[in-house]
Design a protein around this ligand. Sequence first.
Ligand SMILES: [Zn+2]
Ligand SMILES: [Zn+2]
Ligand SMILES: [Zn+2]
Length: 358
Amino acid sequence: MAKQSLGYVELEWTCPFCNTRNPGRVKVCTNCGAPQPKDVKFHQAAEDKIVEDKEGLEMAQSGPDIYCPFCNTRNPGTAVKCSRCGGDLTGGEKRESGEVIGAQQTGRAPDITCEYCGTVNPATNTKCKNCGSPLGVTARPQPAAAAPVKMNPKFMIIGTIVLLLICGALSMFFLQGTRTESNIARVSNVNWKRSIVIMGYAPVTYSNWIDQIPQDAEVSSCSERERGRSSFPSGNSQQVCGTPYLVDQGSGFAEMVQDCEYIVYDDYCQYSVIELQPVGVINDTGTDMNPLWPETRLQQDQQLGERSETYQITFNVDGKDVVYETTNPDEYMQFTPGSSWELEINGFGSIVDIQPAP
Ligand SMILES: [Zn+2]
Ligand SMILES: [Zn+2]
Ligand SMILES: [Zn+2]
């Protein structure tokens, strides 16, 4: 984020003795003549007007005011001697600065109602147009604090019941799985399936930033997208700025600044490259005890990929079929059709253990 200055605006201070609002540059109250005390802060004026007069700009940029260590008079930051008593300002206290006073107000502050006669005055007035009473600062509306979220007890009870039901269902499920039954069964039929993946060269589509694309790729289409944010402008970037805000300069003025950054755009493209990848699968199946790998005829540039095998054995348990599946060919070879086995079957009807029949 880069800070951008939009210029200076004059602040105001309110006299603690007569409640009159005074322009930031004025050192003694325009109504009662009291000097501005050190602890009376500057606040945002009724209107944020960019300072254009030479004198105002000089004051705004002269740094935080210095208070005379001898007579407490407010002096500009560039002064070396007190304007009132001539005392040396070297040991004087500087006014605090750098605080964010508020966001830029685009319109004028709301009207002020006179406390004494009830007349409505424009916010820029410092004295009532009817009775001449000083018009202090009106409180600006503050954002309401969010109310804390409380849990509804009704929902908590329902939630607890639902949780208990889920726990119950889960434990039933596990019980079902662990309870097993022993059965004598006969192998009624068997089948096998063996597959080999064929690998070949073919185009694969990817997408990436234009400068990340491999040289041998074929680019099909590109579109402009936000690639990142930067504090500096570049070839293809667009500036975005936040709401301007006022930073107290300690001199009766505030600098209006804006935090800005650049959205950097770039081409994001779809492209394809030729890569070795699966282009097909060949299978062989059978219902005998002689599983074979399928015969392959490869074209030029093709090669064999991953092999896989699955074997299914169907047992007859009291007239019902129970299927067992394995990927181990040695295990498969034991289950010749017609042979007898002792099966452990769980509550879901799955085989969990197989032993030769006694
Ligand atoms: Zn006053
Ligand atoms: Zn002095
Ligand atoms: Zn009035």
